[in-house]
Write a protein that binds this ligand. Structure first.
Ligand code: ADP
Length: 449
């Protein structure tokens, strides 16, 4: 059973119950008020008539104003002993006692129920008479049959109306769900992640849900695209060293008989092997970090000490005769994963060496600036052209010039990883560079509150 049908059904059942209750209420209320009215009229007439009889000269006198019949109410007079003196009762059963002064009672005369009201009226010291009013009870009851007849027509009409409107309203409000289902189905069938649910501006819960789904599709699409590029790039990167190895093996098997030359070739093959291994390692740690499958330990670390240690390790290489100097403010602490922070700095320093000039300088600085920690690595190397700057953070991106040059042995993953580490720590990284003058990478972290 669809939700639409369920809502319609519940709505209709509710309407049936509601209309039944309303009709029952109307029937009950109208009959009870009219019975109440009838009792009032009965009493009123009898009480009025009590003033229209008197005893004069031993004779009972009934005034002309005495009303013996009005609006279905009969009024008649009995002697104190219960003998009828005047007026005619509509049924014989009403013409005898017992009498009860000032009480309205229900009395059955044949099949007909009557309301009667008696009054003992004192006319002189010794003479008293009974005055009795009687009215058929049915006379006051509204025509309940008419109400039921009306209900018989109105209730089915109401139900049909309720069912139709319920069906239409449910259909209208559930339309976004249908749309969500259709889009998801479309994506499943075609694999086209660019499809989106059409959302109007009503802003209700279902539209909010549709928006959430659209957001999820956005994310899925971006992730999926990134994954696809990543796989394509990784395969591309692996293909080059692998084909080099294969070509060298083929050449060795066919042409090389000299031991010397063979050694040389194996050396070249080993180099490619290292490259592949390095690539695989980088890819693995990169993916783990991206998918957050590796667990990190964020703790209060002495960043100043860590920076000094990394600088000491990296600076000992004295590659290209470059000097590395550090300007580190002591005692700067932050919540971080020590291993990741070390990797971040290593990557930046390695790049500074790789793209630095012969006998150049690298400066690593760490300082606290207001509520921020600033860590920078500056070199005076080849620099990066302005149009390349936004792209250097992309995975596998290498500036063409550096790739072709002897320096360009990198994989193009270093800065992408640096950016990820910075983001993982809630920080921000920026780069300033001038071709032929050098490059400065600056990382900002918030200090602990
Ligand atoms: P790679 O492994 O190639 O160094 P990175 O992601 O670390 O990859 O860097 C991407 C590109 O950014 C490099 O190929 C290089 O062209 C450029 N680059 C990075 N750091 C520097 C730097 N300090 N000076 C000049 N160019 C740099």
């Amino acid at each position: 059973m669809t939700i639409k049908l369920k809502i319609t059904l519940w709505f209709t059942i509710f309407m049936i119950i509601l209309s039944a209750v309303i009709f029952a209420f109307i029937a009950f209320y109208s009959s009870s008020t009219s019975v109440h009215e009838l009792r009032g009229k009965l009493m009123g007439l009898v009480e009025k008539n009590t003033k229209e009889i008197e005893y004069d000269d031993g004779e009972l006198e009934i005034d002309d104003d005495f009303v013996s019949y009005k609006n279905g109410i009969f009024c008649f007079v009995f002697s104190e002993e219960g003998e009828r003196i005047s007026g005619a009762a509509p049924a014989a059963a009403l013409e005898k006692g017992p009498f009860q002064d000032g009480v309205i009672r229900s009395v059955r005369a044949g099949a007909e129920p009557y309301l009667i009201y008696d009054r003992l009226v004192p006319l002189s010291k010794r003479k008293r008479v009974w005055l009795r009013g009687a009215v058929p009870e049915r006379g006051g009851a509204v025509d309940t049959a008419a109400i039921y007849r009306a209900a018989l027509i109105a209730v089915p009409l109401l139900i049909v109306l309720a069912a139709t409107s319920g069906y239409l309203i449910a259909g209208r409000s559930l339309r976004p769900i249908k749309e969500i289902g259709r889009t998801a189905e479309g994506i499943r069938e075609s694999g086209d992640l660019s499809r989106r649910i059409r959302v109007d501006s009503s802003g209700d819960e279902l539209h909010r849900l549709a928006e959430i789904f659209n957001g999820m599709f956005d994310r899925l699409e971006t992730n999926f695209e990134a994954q696809r590029h990543f796989t394509a790039d990784a395969s591309h990167e692996l293909r080059t060293p692998v084909s080099t190895i294969l070509a060298q093996c083929e050449y060795a098997l066919e042409n090389v008989s000299e031991r010397e030359e063979l050694y040389q070739l194996i050396g070249a093959i080993q180099e490619q092997g290292y490259r592949i291994s390095h690539l695989i390692d980088s890819l693995l740690s990169f993916t783990r970090m991206e998918q957050r499958t590796e667990s990190y330990t964020f703790e209060d670390i002495d960043l100043s000490a860590l920076v000094l240690t990394v600088c000491r390790e990296q600076g000992s290489s004295s590659e290209k005769g470059i000097t590395l100097s550090e300007a580190v403010e002591p005692g700067i602490r932050m919540e971080a994963d020590g291993a990741l922070m070390a990797r971040l700095l290593e990557n930046l320093i390695r790049n500074a060496y790789r793209y630095g000039r012969e006998k150049g300088r690298i400066t690593v600085a760490l300082e606290k600036d207001g509520g921020k920690i600033r860590l920078s690595v500056a070199d005076d190397g080849i620099g990066i052209a302005a149009e390349e700057l936004p792209k250097i953070w992309n995975r596998f991106y290498r500036v063409e010039r550096s790739r072709s040059s002897a320096m360009g042995k990198g994989l193009g993953l270093g800065l992408a990883m640096v950016k990820q580490i910075v983001e993982l720590h809630g920080g921000r990284i920026e780069v300033k560079s001038e071709p032929q003058w050098g490059t400065v990478f600056t990382v900002f972290f918030a200090t602990a509150p």
